[in-house]
Design a protein around this ligand. Structure first.
Ligand SMILES: N#Cc1c(-c2ccc3ccn(Cc4ccc(CN5CCCCC5)cc4)c3c2)n[nH]c1N
Length: 255
């Protein structure tokens, strides 16, 4: 997989050189490049914003620097242009992910879907956002996906990209050492994860659930599933409502 990020704060994305994503890059499991939008400006002040048509507070990001940055990324990626009329086939098109409070909400399902794609391009807006015509223009060559982290307002797209890249990157085969840990985490089966404990068995006069010391794998699995159901019912009843009958077995229903 190839990841490209465009931002006026490229240093914000330096955190992606750390930890698992950084190791995945060094291991060749993914390629990643960060582009400074200001490199595509034509004035001495490297201006990327201007006042909004129709008035209103704040500034809007100018379209031309974005189009030039995205063209360079598109044209430097084999197969992204395609020679078919109407541009590249969907499967070849890079996905242009545009963080925005007005986007679809990014979920674990979104991460799983995007982890299957060959080329993701993230456009980090700032100010009040990017001129909408950029997204319209980009649809000729990209699959354009406005994407939101959740229902709160950030100051720009970089924090969202850090979260999305981590959520997507960890699903790429080989990035996580133990793939089993991907199976049992929150949202992998529609439920929140169970509580975890480690040594010492007694800590500040607090013990751990006896079943976890029993060595009885079946009982431990049952306890963990019950804890998932209990936690999800208590903290995220909306997830319980979304569960399909097939997601719950007879023992769950009895719980
Ligand atoms: N992902 C994600 C996000 C973001 C996010 C992502 C990208 C950008 C780029 C700029 N901002 C700041 C911003 C965006 C909109 C507004 C409201 N304005 C009202 C008047 C018309 C114009 C828009 C204010 C400030 C961003 C915020 N916030 N929350 C998420 N989950």
């Amino acid at each position: 997989m190839r990841l490209d990020v465009v931002s006026i704060f490229p240093e914000y994305l330096a955190a992606l050189d750390l930890s698992l994503i950084g190791k995945a890059r060094r291991d060749g499991l993914l390629e990643m490049s960060v582009t400074d939008l200001r490199d595509f400006t034509a004035d001495r002040h490297r201006t990327v914003d201007d006042t909004p048509y129709g008035g209103g507070a704040g500034m809007v990001m100018k379209p031309e620097p974005w189009a030039q940055a995205l063209e360079q990324i598109r044209d430097s990626t084999p197969g992204s242009r395609g020679d078919q009329p109407g541009g590249p086939a969907r499967s070849q098109r890079p996905v242009l992910i545009v963080p925005s409070p007005a986007g679809e909400v990014f979920t674990q399902e979104t991460a799983r879907e995007l982890a299957e794609r060959d080329h993701l391009v993230f456009a980090c807006g700032r100010y009040e956002g990017i001129d909408e015509r950029v997204l319209e223009w980009a649809r000729e060559s990209f699959e354009v996906r406005p994407m939101s982290l959740g229902d709160y307002v950030l100051n720009g797209g970089e924090v969202a990209v850090l979260a999305m890249v981590e959520a997507i990157g960890r699903l790429i085969p080989g990035v996580i050492g133990n793939p089993q840990s991907l199976v049992e985490e929150s949202h992998s089966d529609g439920l929140l994860e169970y509580p975890v404990y480690t040594k010492p068995a007694s800590w500040r006069e607090r013990g751990i659930p006896e079943v976890l010391l029993s060595g009885h794998h079946g009982k431990i699995a049952r306890w963990r599933r019950d804890e998932q159901l209990r936690r999800t019912s208590s903290r995220r009843p909306d997830l319980i409502e979304r569960l399909q009958p097939a997601d719950l077995d007879a023992r769950d229903r009895a719980a």
